[in-house]
Write a protein that binds this ligand. Sequence first.
Ligand SMILES: [Zn+2]
Length: 276
Amino acid sequence: MFELPEYVTLARQLADTVTGKRIREAHLGNSPHKFVWYNRKPGEFKSLTAGKRLGKAYSKGRWLFVPANPGYVLVFGECGGRILYHQSLSQLPKSYHLAIVFEDDSALSAMTQMWGAMELYEKGQELKRKYICDMRPTPIEPEFTFAYFAGLIDECIQTKRRSVKGLLTQDQLIPGLGNSIAQDIMFEAKLSPKHPAEDLSTSERKLLYDAIQKVIARAISEGGRNNEYDLFGQPGGYKRIVSKDTVGKPCHECGNRIEQMKYLGGTCYYCPRCQV
Ligand SMILES: [Zn+2]
């Protein structure tokens, strides 16, 4: 599944590659998949997008927005899989969940892995969509200061007992983070996934905040994780510090073996000596 660094990378590449291109024909999936969330029927999608010109793509958290001017916005949300640019129409994959053919014969295709939204809104209506309308600041926005982060912890520990992993990955408290990038953040902060959020001292909160900033900035600068693909079908350059590939191998800080455990709907990878 794409997380914040992959969305930033895709938005940047889309902005550089397809801005200004005019849509000849756009199609919703020819490969049925009940977990793709569409808000238009195929015929409606085709007629509304024909002749539209793409604007500059941008992302927020795990959502990607591509203006289709005049008047519309394409929205991709919470997906994984592939969003690919094809120099020639002949390179379009046989099956896809969404495909756009441009007047210059280049094309875009999207195929999600597990689930995800592929929707078209009248400009402005996308901001009313669930998960977008109430999205909290993401770690790369100026509002995501340490004071904001500390306030977020204070707020969320009042209603529910939460662990550090819960704080990073549940209820869209920090939009854009997922189970994958959160592992490296917890490793960098030297905090166990199960460490109760309410017990975090001010210095631990700061360590966690700094780890979020550091890991996200690095993953963005390296074009996303190396187990996900960019707009041109190339893997990102960010190699995870702890992952299924490092289980049983020595921690690069202390030499203890990296362990794994199932916790909060996903596998955690961690160093039991460094992370407390
Ligand atoms: Zn260690």
